[in-house]
Design a protein around this ligand. Structure first.
Ligand SMILES: Nc1nc2c(ncn2[C@@H]2O[C@H](COP(=O)(O)OP(=O)(O)OP(=O)(O)O)[C@@H](O)[C@H]2O)c(=O)[nH]1
Length: 600
């Protein structure tokens, strides 16, 4: 039985056709009847569909009758295609013996894909090269094959050209999975070890774990133990996804499926953790478990202070499904009560914020994202600060350190100059440059994470006409000359607008920021002075002139409907404003601390 199992995942850059191929595999193996075939069945979240990106497909079990006449079980375990989720990628890959590497025939390999392929190679996975979209007029499969051979050492003769859209070559992919990916080899009579590679929260069943059984077996009623925490649960349900949940009696070594055990929270079923049997525990957990830690923080505040409890509720509910989301209450002089939230990256942050607004009907105000700074104080102690308003006084600071990343950027060689210029501007230091093919290079830089969080990616896209791709990994802390930049409105500091900036850039940034705020703060009944300051020194100043007349003054005569409309309009506008002292600020102003440079 184990001989006929193949566990694999699909590695692909965004838009190279992963979901389309996955759908084709489902269709070809009959897992989805035509009428059930919703477009891109496996993409779960609406938000993902809307954004046109797939964070993760759900795992699915396919039955394939191969050309040799035998029936094989193919478990497709997906990997998220975004750098924020690279730990999850590593755990999903760890549940597989092989991976399809899908590359767009008109685009070639991208930095992000490369990082994931290296990860798969480190885990000894069998890599099957697939070139997709060969139907496109701009397809250059021969060049892309050469690139895959040069860069990854994949034999060009073994690469499969396909069109997932038209269904060309899909059977060849299935045959290659059967022929080239080795079957799993765990002993089903040994102690139970099952790897959790994903989880989600179900309102009726509690947290559901997606697992791959490495050795031993599981059956309903077993008492399982989470090896990282020692917590124990009784298995209430186990099953497979083909593609809908389907209960089974047992899952044995090599198999992939789901389990439910009345776990109240996804934090009970941590990705990367090992499940064992409480009655006969395995002596050691599977390798590679890690606690994931958020790297980006921002304050989320309800626009209406009265919605604080509603926001707390919503965060609590989201957290059930997202173990990597952190939040704790905080307060701001300017914004009132809200939460400091931690995320795996900017995409994660954006998704959480949008879901809170959309699914929980909240109007939120987000402060600019920040990384965690490490500060040595003059008294010898050390603090970690992720909120600029908690920055210690300059006199107490001995040294400031910030997280750095190693960034890998892949571009056609025409853009080498543009990329290097951008990296230098962002305080990067050059590491190396490697030619992948005569036309494409990989450039590596050490860069502060904070600079990547600001508008690095947009800058990269615009300066390389969209041809560059970026990947990065966090390296650790390095000393930097950083200071706190404050913004004052009519002489009052607004804590939520403070930011941490590099000393050399502080004047430029201060000026850019007050200028931007001048443009976005609407006229009020009186003049508003906007100042940027460092310590007590004002470094830039602008003002918003007082409004000359009331909007209603325009409505001479008694046109009441027109008057109403104007008042309505004003009310609408107010919804997007935050009252600070006597001043009304548009809610986007707080994020603008972050994107001033892209607007220049
Ligand atoms: N011409 C052509 N277009 C394709 C092919 N395969 C996929 N596409 C198109 O490419 C786009 C991206 O395909 P997806 O399958 O959504 O790509 P993906 O890799 O899953 O992208 P993410 O969901 O962003 O990760 C869609 O518009 C597809 O219709 C193909 O073989 N030929």
């Amino acid at each position: 039985m184990q001989n006929r199992i193949r566990n694999f995942s699909i590695i692909a850059h965004i838009d190279h056709g992963k979901s389309t191929l996955a759908d084709r595999l489902l269709q070809e193996t009959g897992a989805l009847a035509e009428r059930e075939m919703r477009e891109q069945f496996l993409d779960k979240m609406d938000l993902e569909r809307e954004k046109g990106i797939t964070i993760k497909l759900q795992p699915v079990r396919l039955e394939y009758i191969a050309r040799d006449g035998e029936t094989y079980i193919l478990n497709l375990i997906d990997t998220p295609g975004h750098v924020d989720f690279s730990y999850e990628v590593s755990r999903s890959l760890a549940a597989c013996e092989g991976a399809l590497l899908v590359v767009d025939a008109s685009q070639g390999i991208e930095a992000q894909t490369l990082a994931n392929v290296y990860m798969a190679m480190d885990l000894n996975l069998e890599i099957i090269g697939v070139i997709n979209k060969i139907d496109l007029p701009g397809a250059e499969p021969e060049i892309v094959k050469q690139e895959m051979e040069n860069v990854l050492g994949i034999d060009r003769d073994e690469i499969i050209p396909i069109s997932a859209k038209l269904g060309i070559g899909v059977e060849d992919v299935l045959e290659a999975i059967v022929a080239r990916i080795p079957p799993p080899r765990g002993d089903e009579n040994a102690e139970l070890k099952a790897l959790i590679f994903d989880s989600y929260f179900d309102a009726y069943k509690g947290a559901i774990s997606y697992i791959r059984v490495d050795s031993g077996k599981l059956k309903k009623g077993d008492i399982i133990r989470m090896m990282s925490t020692g917590k124990e649960f009784e298995l209430t349900e186990i099953g497979v996804l083909n593609p809908f949940m389907n209960q089974v009696e047992s899952l044995k070594a090599g198999e992939v499926g789901y389990l439910a055990a009345a776990m109240k929270n996804v934090a009970d079923t941590k990705v990367g953790d090992t499940i064992t049997n409480a009655g006969r525990p395995a002596p050691r957990a599977l390798e590679g478990y890690k606690e994931v830690k958020p790297v980006v923080f921002c304050g989320l505040y309800p626009l209406e202070n009265s919605e604080f409890e509603k926001l707390r509720d919503a965060l609590e509910k989201l957290k059930l499904n997202d173990a990597s989301l952190l939040y704790e209450p905080e307060s701001s002089d300017a914004l009132g009560f809200g939460f400091r939230c931690g995320f795996l990256g900017l995409l994660h942050m954006e998704i959480v914020r949008e879901r809170l607004e959309r699914e929980y009907d909240l109007t939120l105000l987000a402060t600019a994202p920040s990384v965690i700074y490490r500060i040595l104080l003059t008294d010898g102690s050390e603090v970690f600060v992720q909120n600029p308003s908690h920055w210690p006084d300059a006199q107490r600071i001995e040294m400031v350190m910030e997280p750095f990343v190693k960034a890998s950027i892949m571009v056609p060689n025409d853009y080498i100059g543009a990329v290097m210029e951008l990296c230098q501007e962002k305080r990067g230091s050059f590491v190396n440059m490697e030619y992948l093919t005569p036309q494409r290079v990989m450039i590596s830089y050490n860069l502060p994470l904070a600079e990547i969080l600001f508008d690095f990616f947009d800058g990269l896209k615009s300066r390389t006409k969209g041809y560059a791709s970026l990947d990065y990994e966090i390296k650790g802390y390095e000393a930097s000359d950083l200071i706190k930049l404050d913004i004052l409105l009519n002489g009052e500091p607004v804590d939520a607008l403070s930011s941490i900036v590099h000393k050399e850039k502080s004047y430029q940034r201060g000026r850019a920021l007050v200028e931007k705020l001048r443009k976005i703060i609407p006229r009020q009944m009186y003049e508003v002075a906007i100042q940027a300051s460092i310590g007590n020194r004002v470094i830039a100043r602008e003002s918003v002139k007082a409004m000359r007349k009331d909007v209603l003054a325009k409505c001479y005569g008694g046109d009441i409907t027109r008057k109403k409309k104007l008042l309505e309009k004003q009310k609408e506008g107010k919804k997007r404003m935050k009252q600070i002292g006597r001043i009304e600020i548009p809610r986007d102003a707080f994020m603008s601390v972050m994107d001033i440079e892209s607007d220049k």
